[in-house]
Design a binder for this molecule. Structure first.
Ligand code: ADP
Length: 163
């Protein structure tokens, strides 16, 4: 039987417990999940690519069928090159839907063989986004329970060094 491979693309600036939950569930559904940091999507990121990859590596090291990578360019081209049949995206609220819907249909047009698979967030993670986390951490707020401990540490180091 063919190996089922999925790409989970995103900025991951930084990885949150919401992302982690999506990876955990995708890893059950697919033989292999590639968590791929998209370079073009990163809108003036707080963490460098190396830092984001390092955090992902640390947080996801326990998953034997999850790999970390980065890419530039079209997600569908990356997926095709790596033999993936699916692109994973997480949905938090209705507000995510419009953008994701447009993106999924565009990707379908570009690469009809690749399916976008949406995983609905667990309710306890539905309010978590990388941008909110950064905003809270920047002003010294506590992000415990919203991000893995290593990310919490990196956020406080980062904002201390930026002061
Ligand atoms: P992008 O810039 O591509 O949106 P992100 O790193 O912000 O990258 O998000 C990557 C994917 O993870 C997106 O599909 C996003 O909707 C999803 N996601 C982000 N936060 C959560 C969360 N708390 N629960 C479920 N999915 C999430």
């Amino acid at each position: 039987m063919a190996v089922r491979i999925a790409v989970y693309p995103g900025s991951f600036d930084p990885i949150t417990n919401g992302h982690l939950d999506i990876v955990r569930r995708a890893a059950v559904l697919f033989d292999e999940v590639i968590v791929a940091v998209s370079l073009n999507a990163s809108k003036n990121p707080l963490f460098s690519l190396e830092e984001r990859l390092m955090l992902l590596d640390h947080v996801l090291s326990a998953f034997s069928n999850v790999r970390i990578d980065s890419y530039d360019g079209l997600t569908v081209r990356y997926a095709e090159t790596h033999g993936a049949q699916a692109i994973i995206r997480g949905l938090r609220a209705v507000s995510d839907f419009e953008f994701e819907f447009t993106m999924a249909l565009t990707n379908k047009k570009l690469a009809p063989a690749i399916e976008t698979v949406f995983l609905m967030t667990e309710v306890q993670y539905s309010f978590i986004s990388s941008s909110t986390i950064k905003e809270v951490a920047r002003y010294g707020g506590c992000v415990k329970g919203m991000v893995p401990p290593s990310v919490e540490d990196m956020l406080s180091i980062k904002y201390r060094s930026l002061k």
